[in-house]
Design a binder for this molecule. Structure first.
Ligand code: NDP
Ligand code: HSE
Length: 436
């Protein structure tokens, strides 16, 4: 049988890694796929640039449309990134009746509903395993492995760059900017690294996970998004004294009122496995009603780790080439006419526990005023830690852990506390999850 021909859009970190893995493991991959697979065409912006892969034998162009339109190309692999050119090329490939593999979470989170509808109409596959958690086969695990379950919640460390930064800052006391520059040099970061550190990339991924877990449309614009830029070393230290680690977590939870969809720094008990996931590694906890909690762990970014997921998708597509489109695994796990209209909850309706750090004057009555406000708002305090003022400073840090409460009540209480004369600066809050 003729080899399946791949048209690769992008020869950067993931594109280069994909060429290398396809070449190095060609024999094993074709034994699995039932056909040989070869990259016949590829595009990049600058054909003179040094590459991490050998492009001998590949027809190269700076125009991705030429790859998508090449009649020999059976499968288009989009590894450009962004939502403009990538969107145009993916739609063009679908229009041409070609299967697509992409690692582009921004594209799927923002335009996935349109893309999957077009793919469905054309009877082609759009595969996106590499879009979430790098090399971890989390899409396949939820979509296929957990298909018998009602998923209750999932929570994950789903940005490798952010976890790498938090780990290096905590373990080695390194500067934020320094570690971010290293993550960029290692190929972990997005083209615009604010997507990593402001939580946008994690929100893209969480949007995708929630869709396949709960059978809802992709709704990125409704995700609550908060990054890691405001986490201080002080908070990391105080959290540890209290037995917690701060991780940047994406949480999607089914509740009676709708779906929680939120990305933010989170205190997690240090005894949880996920609290000990460090560096560029990602981990996703998924709780199904039948299986209970399950945990998936692996590299969340990087050339070959991501290529592992891209190549797995290529193999799946090659296996599907001969299958009746009606019998394929649905793109978003649930049959397209079976999506649910469960609402995404506004953040004010979400219930969590909190870590709070307040800067207060060290005088009698202050703690009583604060606890009175919490009492009136129905907020129970779980622990209080007072840190003596640094030499020459008048204020003390008051650290409090609260029990679970609606975000709206906490907003109101913190606004009242911030108005107290004895409280200086904005109260710091980090949400907590027991993940039990
Ligand atoms: P890179 O920036 O390393 O690669 C992008 C590639 O696209 C480059 O080869 C670039 O060409 C090419 N390209 C960009 N713009 C154009 C254009 N206008 N015309 C033609 N070619 C263009 O990105 P990554 O490989 O890191 O990421 C690719 C995708 O994979 C993104 O969607 C990203 O979110 C996703 N991803 C990345 C991971 C990672 O660890 N890096 C992990 C998981 C997903 P040139 O090389 O000449 O500049
Ligand atoms: N920039 C992303 C990350 C790449 O660091 O997780 C993997 O999706």
């Amino acid at each position: 049988m003729k080899p399946v021909k791949i048209g690769l859009l992008g020869l950067g970190t993931v594109g280069g890694g994909t060429v290398n893995v396809l070449k190095r493991n060609a024999e094993e991959i074709s034994r699995r796929a039932g056909r040989a697979i070869e990259v016949s065409h590829a595009s990049a912006r600058d054909l003179g640039k040094a590459r991490i892969c050998d492009t001998t034998g590949i027809i190269l162009t700076t125009n991705p449309a030429e790859v998508v339109d090449a009649p020999e190309v059976d499968v288009v692999v989009e590894l450009i990134g962004g939502v403009t050119l990538a969107h145009e090329m993916v739609m063009k490939a679908i229009h041409n009746g070609k299967h697509v593999v992409t690692a582009n979470k921004a594209l799927i989170a923002k335009h996935g509903n349109e893309i999957f509808a077009a793919a469905q109409a054309k009877g082609v596959v759009v595969a996106f395993e590499a879009a979430v958690a790098g090399g971890i086969p989390i899409i396949k695990a939820i979509r296929e492995g957990l298909a018998g379950n009602r998923i209750e919640w999932l929570a994950g460390i789903i940005n490798g760059t952010g976890n790498f930064i938090l780990t290096e800052m905590r373990d080695k006391g390194r500067d934020f900017a320094d570690v971010l520059a290293e993550a960029q040099a290692l190929g972990y970061a997005e083209a615009d690294p604010t997507f990593d550190v402001e939580g946008i990339d994690a929100a893209h991924k969480l949007t995708i996970l929630a869709a396949i877990a709960f059978g809802i449309p992709l709704q990125f614009e409704k995700a609550y998004t908060e990054g890691i830029t405001k986490i201080t070393r002080e908070d990391v230290t105080y959290a540890e004294e209290l037995g917690y680690r701060i991780k940047h977590l994406g949480v999607a939870r089914r509740t009676e009122g709708g779906i929680e969809l939120r990305v933010h720094p989170t205190l997690i008990p240090e005894r949880r496995l996920i609290a000990n996931v460090n560096g560029v590694m990602n981990a996703v906890l998924v709780k199904g009603d039948a299986v209970g909690p399950t945990l998936y762990y692996g590299a969340g970014a990087g050339a070959e780790a991501t290529a592992s997921a891209v190549v797995a998708d290529i193999v799946d597509v090659v296996r599907a080439l001969t299958a009746d489109p009606g019998n394929r695994v649905p793109h978003l796990a649930f049959q397209p006419d079976q999506l649910s209209d469960l609402p995404i909850l506004p953040m004010e309706e979400v219930v969590t526990a909190y870590y709070l750090r307040l800067q207060v004057e060290d005088r009698p009555g202050v703690l009583a005023d604060i606890t009175r406000i919490f009492g009136e708002a129905g907020i129970s305090i779980e622990a209080v830690l007072q840190k003596e003022p640094a030499e020459g400073e008048a204020n003390v840090s008051l650290i409090m852990l609260t029990q679970r409460v609606k975000e709206r009540s906490m907003n109101q209480a913190l606004a009242a506390i911030a108005r107290l004369d004895a409280v200086t600066g904005e109260p710091i809050r980090i949400r907590m999850e027991s993940l039990g």
